[in-house]
Write a protein that binds this ligand. Structure first.
Ligand code: FAD
Length: 418
């Protein structure tokens, strides 16, 4: 899809842009930066496609799910029809396809609401864990001047956090570049992140030494500069280990309870956690597979793991325990990452999945949009594999259907595939 990446319509006055979904956030930002506009919600890195982001309904440090910034979409469904869907027209498809992991069709176009590319001042303050929620409620939650925020929760003690907020400002810039450059080769950031993973005592060094120094500088920068980080910066350098993300969404009132439960699981299984980032998200306006059915804290757990079968097996065990912790707090786990959840856990977190599959049965009765023939026969036979399948929506469109979609797109959208 990455070559299906054109801007179809753009109005700086209305702050709206219509794009083909193979486009990356970086390409959009490069264009709209000239008018001092910015993407309203995206994930932490600009190298992802808009289609991939819509299909999981991403969020970042911007406090809302991506769907809240979408005017409408065009989607090709299994019989090849192109349907325009919005909250007002074919709304079931709109709320099903965004966050629907490609299970209902291929989203080909989207119109997104844009925001101003504000100048932001980064401010930071260390807190004890038990001070955080109070601080958040009083200073961050409802303040319109807060453009982005998160808190770093320090492993292995999980008793201290560092709040990092980006506030609207009129102060002079300290970083004058409007966008981050796309680096070639190994960036300093990537080198340091990987090198740090081999340093004994690295967690304490970071908490006590590196972060206090790094965040002592008040910096002023453009929102687009902060938005244009690249995933290449966080790829591991060493081949024997990999970095893995997981994410859990927790109702605001369950903050402490979840942290204690999470800490217990992560320490018991000696998970090599490098960072936990806490974010806020307001409720989702109605996606069927919403991960924020109410206002939540999102806990992004970033850990290091050896690449072998045994650690992967162990991952499955502790991840299921952690999912039970989040479910007991009335929360949810995020679906884009490794698929470890059981069928029970999936349906408990996503009770409207039944509705999602009913919709799928109507518009894609042959299950063209699930990964493989194994899945299709599992669906037909309702076997054990189906249980895994239900947690497996993120898997890709089947090869033959991709060909079918390409053919349709060529006739509908012009000769955009090469
Ligand atoms: C380092 C890293 C950091 C991340 N940070 C965040 C974060 O801050 N916040 C967050 O929310 N997520 C985050 N994620 C998850 C990421 O946003 C999702 O995995 C996202 O789907 C990746 O987009 P992609 O362009 O790579 O999509 P792909 O991996 O190519 O596709 C993902 C899924 O989307 C489907 N899909 C792709 N295009 C379309 C389309 N046009 N129509 C329908 N379905 C489609 C695919 O079939 C697949 O199921 C992060 C992931 C990584 C690896």
């Amino acid at each position: 899809m990455r070559k299906f990446n054109q801007v179809l319509n753009y109005s700086k006055e209305e702050r709206l842009i219509t794009v083909q979904t193979g486009i990356t956030w970086r390409k959009i930002i490069k264009l709209i930066d000239a008018d001092n506009l910015s993407v309203s919600v995206m994930q932490s890195y600009a190298s992802f496609t808009v289609g991939g982001s819509l299909s999981v309904n991403v969020h970042g440090r911007y406090r809302n799910p991506l769907i809240s910034t979408v005017e409408d979409i065009k989607i090709i469904v299994a019989n090849g029809t192109v349907i325009q869907a919005s909250p007002f027209k074919h709304s079931e498809l709109f709320y099903g396809a965004i966050g629907g992991y490609g299970g209902l069709g291929v989203i080909t176009e989207v119109t997104l609401k844009l925001s101003e590319n504000f100048k932001m001042e980064r401010v930071s303050i260390p807190l004890q864990l038990n001070q955080y929620v109070d601080f958040f409620m009083k200073n961050l939650r409802d303040d319109p001047n807060v453009i982005m925020h998160n808190a770093l929760l320090y492993p292995d003690k999980y008793s201290e956090v560092r709040v990092v907020a980006h506030l609207k400002t009129f102060k002079p810039l300290t970083i004058v570049h409007r966008l981050r450059s796309k680096k070639r080769g190994i960036s300093m950031n990537r080198f340091l992140t990987s090198a740090m993973t081999r340093l004994p005592g690295r967690l304490e060094i970071r908490r006590q030494l590196l972060d206090p120094v790094r965040f002592s500088k008040g910096i002023v920068l453009h929102r687009n500069y902060e938005a244009t980080s690249e995933t290449a910066d966080v790829e591991p350098l060493f081949e024997d280990t990999t970095f893995i993300l997981q994410e859990y969404f927790v109702p605001l009132t369950k903050f402490q309870e979840f942290v204690l439960g999470m800490k217990s699981v992560l320490l018991r299984y000696k998970v090599d956690v490098m960072n936990v980032s806490i974010r806020q998200s307001r409720p989702d306006p109605g996606s069927i597979l919403a991960w924020a059915t109410q206002e939540v804290f999102a806990f992004v757990v970033y850990y290091q793991q050896e690449r072998n079968q045994q650690t992967q097996e162990q991952d499955r065990v502790w991840t299921r325990e952690l999912i039970d912790v989040v479910l007991s707090c009335g929360g949810k786990f995020y679906l884009p990452y490794q698929i470890h959840a059981t069928e029970r856990q999936f349906h408990e977190a996503y009770p409207r999945a039944v509705e999602f599959f009913e919709l799928k049965n109507q518009i894609d009765p042959e299950y063209k949009f699930l990964c493989s023939s194994v899945v299709r026969s599992a669906v037909a036979n309702d076997t054990e594999e189906l249980r895994e399948t239900c947690c497996c929506i993120p898997k890709l469109i089947s090869v033959e259907f991709e060909t079918h979609v390409r053919k349709n797109l060529q006739t509908i959208g012009g000769n955009t595939f090469r």
